[in-house]
Ligand binder design. Structure first.
Ligand code: ADP
Length: 270
């Protein structure tokens, strides 16, 4: 027995070593478990649209389905869904492996939010849903990667519009209580999320049964990617929601520290 032959003062060391070894083994098991889950989720998600496409093609081939425009429309829709799934997956796997380069620089978020509101408004001309910007002019800059922040916002706005067939979507931003983080939020007055579903929305491939039923064209990956992108930028993402009332997705980004030069100028200015 090794412990018996060790001087008494080295036994705690040995225990610590054994502890960290155990923790490493657990972490590895966790990774393996997640990999298994991913493969099984993936198989399921790919099989569903493939089965639909296969069914149509077989029917067309043996003449049991009439070659009508609607059928081709469905085929295109399912194929697009497959393609979106593969694209989203690639993004997700890059984000999870930490391969998405993040170039954090001081960034003003209001102009970005403004531009997105414009862009989405243009797409909503025939829709009863409206989108607006609702945030103060003078917000502090954040340390973040503009492209990645845009990606998260596009995901959240896309969802808000998708799950708000008629209503309002607003983009908001405010400084957190500790003044360390800027919060950005996308609020909608849409279908909302049930309390028991809320803890799952950021899991990959998770979609509420209602969203699946409506075949909204989603893949259930957007929020998992968004969460990873926010975390890579040292922020957090959260959601509040009430079924039938709407949802409020919010994420934080670290406020950029003013450089010494700037604050010195400010203090010395007449
Ligand atoms: P999807 O591509 O299905 O939208 P996401 O990962 O972006 O995938 O979202 C996962 C699920 O969370 C959605 O399928 C939907 O059920 C729910 N969800 C996300 N955003 C909203 C929202 N703004 N309102 C209601 N439900 C939402």
């Amino acid at each position: 027995n090794l412990a018996e032959r060790m001087p008494a003062n080295e036994i705690p060391e040995l225990n610590r070593l054994a502890d960290s070894f155990n923790r490493m083994a657990f972490a590895l098991e966790d990774v393996e478990q997640r990999r298994r889950e991913l493969v099984s989720d993936l198989t399921h998600e790919l099989r569903t649209p493939l089965t639909v496409v296969e069914g149509y093609l077989e029917g067309l081939a043996d003449g049991t389905i009439e070659p009508e425009p609607e059928i081709y429309g469905n085929l295109v829709r399912e194929t697009s869904r497959l393609k979106r799934l593969v694209n989203d997956l690639q993004e997700l796997s890059k984000a999870e492996a930490g391969y998405l380069p993040i170039q954090a620089k001081p960034l003003a978020v209001r102009p970005l939010m403004d531009e997105l509101v414009q862009r989405f408004s243009d797409q909503l001309l025939d829709s009863p849903t409206r989108i607006k910007l609702d945030c103060p002019e003078n917000l502090p800059r954040v340390m973040a990667d503009a492209e990645r922040v845009e990606q998260v916002l596009v995901n959240l706005i896309g969802n808000a519009l998708r799950y708000t067939p008629s209503g309002d979507v607003s983009l908001q931003a405010w400084v957190g209580e500790q003044k360390q983080f800027l919060w950005i939020g996308v609020k909608d007055t849409g279908q909302g999320i049930a309390p028991e579903e809320l803890p799952h929305v950021f899991e990959r491939f998770w979609r509420s049964d209602r969203s699946r039923d409506r075949n909204s064209g989603g893949t259930g990956i957007g929020l998992a990617i968004s969460r990873r992108l926010v975390e890579l930028q040292k922020g957090v993402i959260r959601v509040e929601s009430q079924l039938g009332q709407g949802s409020f997705f919010q994420f934080s980004l670290p406020i950029a520290k003013k450089s010494l030069g700037l604050s010195a100028t400010k203090v010395l200015a007449p």
